[in-house]
Design a protein around this ligand. Structure first.
Ligand SMILES: [Zn+2]
Length: 584
């Protein structure tokens, strides 16, 4: 019987899986795309349907459908397995909670907690009424698995204890707190919103305090702490539900709170996500940007946390996204506005404007004095404009600002160059990709492109990785081994191991279509080239030695070197003749 992984691989083609996330184009035997894992303008991300793998020549990422979903959705292997199993209609074997590993136990614990809290809510009139008053339907409450925890010290604790969980596990899952000898529930008297990972598993909670228990001391919202399975800087509330819609509509909408996003989805704005109580991070944006480069960020006009919003805009611009701002009318947040009128919220989204236009407008609203407008533009608009990568777009806005203010374009360009970027924003959004690229470059040097050695290494890598083989890779290895010295062969072998993904793709693009006869001819040809390279190198070395010998007047040595040179010349001549006989 095949494993779940094998069954999934049989049912889903890599072309369909990756193609459902990013747009793929045909490129010979493989498919290519702009890499979703690093910033690039020309495609260097290749997918091989034959071999079920992908490789990026730009940043070196490689793998199969499982690693792709893991990387793309920012999730662990089991999460990717769940997503793909659902898609393939493969039933995963239930892991017994007793034998599950430690991490799996935490997912299981949070699932049990969620079920418990959902049931609690159904028996509590006050919180149910509260949610309904805010506009949530029963279906929405069920869909989002909203729950309730009574204002007592140990309801969750006692329930989990009765299910056999240990204190230590509850603490690691972030549902209880321990102070000295006392252990108690972290969340009390709160409406509980589970946070999901992109596979839909509960990984944390956000609890909204019931107005009746709000003494002003505890925050209105309380979130789970960071745990092994919950990293708030990488989790977007609603991402699991919004991702398909974001791809389809090709833009995401970012709101702030739980109620905002749930109401948005209920009203049909299903491409909405929320950063949920934490500041937006570059990691959040990476998740969104992989699916769509366009984002509308909602902005509450009477928002006290305007600084956080501004930082979010800068981050999004710095990560290369196309950013629009949707200003919510004063006195409302998205949830209230939708409750009042779905249509009005729709209008607000429709009227979202490019971030630079938004900022420019704001400067004019806040200032009347011409001189002050000039200063405000320099301080409050240009820093954002400087984050935009495209010069075409930049000059569009420079001339727009110039037209409106009467400031000369040149002066604006000058100021733009002087604007100090907040380095924090930039390093966070562009950090890792470049480092990866460099490390790939270095390994490439060992096998120069176009060399016979590299071609042979790539053929070996191709045949060792593809299911239906045209040449026997161990035979190819044997032939190469006969030509190279043993330490040279070992080095080649090491490089094949290190660069197998890249090499296989290279070979596939050159030799992927060849049948056995043609491929064998190609192989013989390259083997002759390899021999030629080696003899030529030896010849070069001998020439140096000959010079030395002549200089030292070592006649006998010079003669024997010349003999060897003669032999090599004959061999090189033979290689040429043999090569000419091969009709490719
Ligand atoms: Zn890449």
């Amino acid at each position: 019987m095949s494993t779940s992984v094998e069954q999934i691989k049989e049912k889903l083609s890599i072309e369909d899986v990756i193609g459902s996330y990013i747009k793929l184009e045909r490129a010979g035997n493989s498919l290519k795309a702009r890499c979703p894992f690093h910033n690039e303008k020309t495609p260097s991300f290749f997918v091989s349907p034959d071999r079920g793998g992908y490789y990026c020549f730009g940043c070196g990422v490689k793998g199969d459908i499982f690693t792709f979903v893991q990387e793309f959705e920012g999730i662990d292997f089991v999460g990717a397995l769940k997503i793909l199993a659902d898609r393939a209609g493969v039933q995963l074997e239930k892991i017994s909670p007793k034998v599950a590993d430690k991490k799996e136990r935490l997912y299981y614990l949070l699932e049990i907690t969620t079920e418990f809290l959902e049931k609690n809510l159904q028996n509590e009139e006050i919180p149910l009424d509260y949610l309904k008053k805010r506009g949530l339907t029963e279906k929405t409450i069920k869909d989002w698995r909203i729950g309730y925890v009574r204002n007592e010290w140990r309801t969750i604790y006692d329930h989990l204890k009765s299910k056999g969980f240990l204190d230590e596990e509850m603490e690691r899952a972030g549902v209880i707190k321990t102070e000295g000898q006392n252990t108690y529930d972290r969340f009390r008297g709160r409406i509980m919103f589970p946070l999901f990972d992109s596979a839909g598993r509960v990984i944390a909670f956000s609890g909204r305090i019931m107005p009746a228990f709000d003494d002003g001391k505890a925050g209105k919202y309380l979130n789970s702490p960071q745990t092994e399975i919950f990293d708030k800087s990488k989790t977007l509330y609603g991402f699991d539900r919004a991702k398909l819609s974001i791809r389809k509509l090709d833009f995401s909408v970012l709101v702030e709170g739980q109620m905002d996003i749930i109401m948005s989805h209920q009203a049909g704005f299903t491409n909405t996500v929320a950063s949920s109580g934490t500041a937006l991070t570059a990691e959040h944006l990476k998740l969104l940007k992989r699916i769509s480069n366009r984002i509308i960020m909602s902005f509450d006009s009477d928002n006290a946390g305007a600084k956080a919003a501004e930082r979010g805009w800068a981050l999004a611009l710095a990560s290369g996204m196309e950013v629009k701002v949707a200003a919510i009318p004063k006195g409302f947040d998205p949830a209230d506005l939708i409750l009042k009128s779905k249509e009005e919220f729709k209008e607000v989204l429709k009227n979202a404007v490019h971030i630079i236009d938004f900022l420019l407008e704001r400067v004019y609203q806040e200032n009347t004095d011409e001189r002050k407008i000039g200063i405000a533009i320099k301080n409050k608009v240009l820093p954002y404009l400087s984050l935009i990568d495209s010069n075409i777009e930049k000059s569009h806005y420079v001339s727009k600002i110039s037209g409106r203010t009467g400031i000369k374009e040149e002066a604006i360009w000058d100021d733009l160059k002087k604007v100090k970027l907040d380095e924090d924003y930039i390093s966070r959004s562009t950090g890792s990709g470049q480092a990866k690229e460099e490390s790939v470059e270095k390994t490439v040097d060992k096998l120069p492109k176009g060399s016979a050695e590299r071609s042979l290494a790539s053929i070996i890598a191709l045949e060792e990785s593809r299911k239906v083989k045209v040449l026997d890779p161990s035979l190819v290895r044997e032939k190469v081994k006969n030509i190279l010295k043993s330490d040279e062969y070992d080095l080649l072998d090491e490089n094949i191991k290190k660069m197998s993904g890249e090499l296989a793709f290279e070979a596939e693009s050159y030799y992927g279509d060849l049948d056995e006869v043609k491929f064998n001819k190609e192989l013989d040809y390259i083997l002759l080239n390899l021999q030629e390279d080696i003899f030529k190198k030896e010849l070069d070395d001998l020439m140096l030695e000959l010079k030395k010998a002549e200089h030292a007047k070592e006649n006998d040595k010079a003669i024997s070197i010349l003999q060897r040179c003669n032999e090599i010349s004959k061999k090189l001549h033979q290689i040429k003749t043999d090569r000419n006989k091969i009709k490719l």
